[in-house]
Design a protein around this ligand. Structure first.
Ligand code: GCB
Length: 618
């Protein structure tokens, strides 16, 4: 009886989790360098508060949903919606900042776009979304294509059979309702921006093509490059030619019957460093079709209490960043906006960014790599996720996979982070242990971390006691001494007890200040308070053995938790730069402290320098 129940439960669970994501095609990577037709632009949209476009009046999924994009054929026809006559929104964009009526909206919006297409025989086509927050149901020419959950990672479907000559239409039902068991859960400190927030593309590929590949230096080696290719399509044994012209290397890869082939090349590439972000062009040719990618070769390891990049200790001069656009509210959606944010980080003397609290736009990671900025990338396992729920785990694992699959070739990414400020419990420990093991299985060439919390042994002795410290490569924690925990002067009294067998990283600290609001150093919300907090914090850090810091946060960001009138008005004010792009006083404390760190490293033999090189200012 009991056994029967377990079997039934398992079947129910399995079928339920299958529903979480449907008909997804294995993720195609290196999308910015592929042959694509963009579907970005103006889309028609219908705000559907009651999901009338999905359910019938018996609350059953309707055959006549909005995905059909019906139009009355004559004056007697009854059709109670019209994409044509609805409002238009530029995609990619969050709806909250593109339509004032939708600023606080959480629910369903239907998007439609028509486009002309000429499918070529023999070619294959994939509909690709950079990200949709949160749930996307996708239809092409009136037919259901598939669904995806998770607001910050890419997904794609094969649509070769759905596309037709001439006019086509794609409809996406987007739902950003927060739900307890999702990832993230209902409670966050950021805006729940809904919509098609990243690029929409049709990828065109030959019958057989390289769907994914990996290339990097062999662990511990500086003179061997290795990796694999994954073919997709009709002839999985087709040979692939991989070349790196600047190294004068070429190798022919013979995939097995599953399309997987590995390679190894003796080569000594110039290394990627923050001060010299060297990228190599790599070309992959299958059946005469060529694809390019730009690759950073480097090593990253944890050695005792230090983080080493290319065998030299580095101090991570970081800053935390949300994916919000400079000079306007909302998600950013262009490389130039990513560049502006990263330029501010650069001006602060950063060599590292913590991309919080979810995988950012691929533009951001690629831009950081080009600029020589190292990256921490994380998934939204944030605060009080449903750790006991197996489906929540499957969802988090899927988001982790999509993040790693997309960015595994980005040498700039040196840390995968599993979670942020999650409350210790047996279920949480088990959840994060499984997730971490999975991450290592997917990619054991990077460091693993998660932002933990401190405890106090006594009034002035903070300590990290998280049981998962043993699991991670870098022990990271957030601390708000001087803001949520006393006044800035409290920092001077602290005697930290930190592990010394692993690198220790402060993943957050900070204070709120309204730019332009001035007062004395103990007056909350003034630039002077924030400045004092930073002054006291860096003095405290000077007494600690740290591998780096990433203050919270580069720029003010929207959050519904932040309601104080006249000060917050919906903004988390811990930015070092205001929402208008103006630097606050504390920015310069951090800039100077990081400048000092740079100089120190320079004196003690430049960090991260290639053997034989002498200049090393980064
Ligand atoms: C934290 C969270 C971050 C919040 C920040 C704050 O510890 O990790 O997401 O925004 O504090 O401002 O309170």
């Amino acid at each position: 009886m009991k056994r029967g129940l377990i079997i039934i439960l398992t079947i129910v669970l399995c079928s339920f989790s299958l529903l979480a994501n449907e008909h997804l095609y294995p993720l195609i990577t290196n999308v910015p360098n592929r042959n694509v037709q963009s579907l970005n632009g103006h889309w028609d949209y219908i705000v559907d508060r009651y999901e009338t476009g999905y359910y019938d009046y018996r609350l059953k999924p309707s055959e006549w949903g909005f995905f059909r994009d019906q139009k009355p054929q004559n004056e007697s026809d009854l059709v109670e919606y019209s994409f044509e006559d609805s409002k238009k929104m530029f995609v990619p964009r969050d709806w909250n900042t593109s339509d004032p009526e939708l600023k606080y909206y959480e629910g369903t919006v239907w998007f439609r776009r028509t486009f002309d297409f000429n499918p070529e025989e023999e070619e294959r086509y994939f509909l690709y979304f950079g990200a949709v927050n949160y749930e996307a149901l996708v239809y092409l020419n009136g037919e259901y294509v598939g669904m995806h959950r998770g607001g910050f990672t890419p997904f794609n479907f094969e649509v070769t059979e759905h596309l037709r000559e001439g006019e086509n239409f794609v409809v996406v039902k987007v739902d950003n309702t927060r739900r307890k068991d999702e990832v993230p859960t209902v409670n966050t400190d950021w805006w729940n921006y809904g919509g098609i927030t990243r690029d929409v593309l049709i990828i065109k590929e030959a019958a057989t093509f390289v769907r994914d590949f990996s290339i990097s230096l062999v662990e511990d080696s500086y003179n061997e490059i290795s990796g694999w290719v994954q073919l997709d399509g009709a002839d999985l044994r087709t040979k692939v030619t991989l070349s790196i012209p600047e190294l004068d290397k070429e190798v022919t890869i013979a995939p097995d019957e599953s399309g997987r082939g590995s390679f190894s090349i003796a080569a000594k590439p110039e290394l990627w460093w923050p001060e010299n972000p060297r990228l190599y062009d790599v070309s992959l040719v299958v059946d005469g079709n060529e694809m390019h990618e730009q690759i950073a070769f480097r090593q990253v390891t944890a050695v005792g209490s230090q983080i080493h990049v290319n065998n030299k200790p580095v101090f991570l001069r970081g800053i935390s960043i949300h994916e919000e656009a400079p000079f306007r509210a909302g998600r950013f959606n262009s490389p130039s906006e990513a560049h502006t944010l990263l330029s501010w980080a650069r001006q602060m003397n950063c060599n590292f960014v913590r991309l919080a609290h979810y995988p950012h736009n691929e533009y951001m990671v690629r831009e950081a790599e080009k600029m020589g900025i190292m990256v921490w990338s994380e998934i939204p396992v944030y605060w009080t996720i449903s750790f006991e729920n197996e489906e929540t785990f499957a969802n988090a694992r899927n988001q982790l996979e999509e993040m790693i699959v997309r960015d595994k070739n980005r040498g700039a990414v040196i840390i995968w982070s599993m979670a942020n400020e999650t409350p210790v419990s047996e279920q949480r420990n088990a959840f994060l242990t499984r997730l971490t093991k999975h991450a290592r299985k997917l990619d054991d060439s990077r460091l693993i971390s998660m932002a933990m919390e401190k405890e106090y042994l006594d009034a002035f002795t903070p300590v990290i006691k998280d049981p998962l410290m043993d699991l991670v490569d870098v022990v990271s924690f957030n601390t708000y001494i001087g803001w949520y925990d006393g006044l800035p002067e409290k920092c001077a009294k602290m005697t930290w007890q930190l592990p010394d067998d692993k690198p220790v990283f402060i993943s957050e600290f900070g204070a709120g200040a309204l730019q332009g609001h001035h007062g004395n150093k103990n007056q909350r919300w003034t630039e002077e308070y924030q400045e004092e907090l930073y002054r006291q914090s860096v003095a405290m850090f000077d007494k600690m053995k740290l591998a780096g810091t990433s203050p919270w946060i580069l720029m003010d960001f929207l959050s519904p938790r932040r309601v104080l009138p006249g000060i917050q008005d919906g903004w988390n004010r811990k930015g070092l730069v205001s929402d208008k792009g103006i630097k606050k006083k504390a920015f310069f404390i951090m800039k100077d402290w990081y400048e000092g760190k740079k100089q120190q490293r320079r004196k003690h033999g430049a960090e991260g320098m290639e053997p034989g090189k002498t200049s090393g200012l980064y």
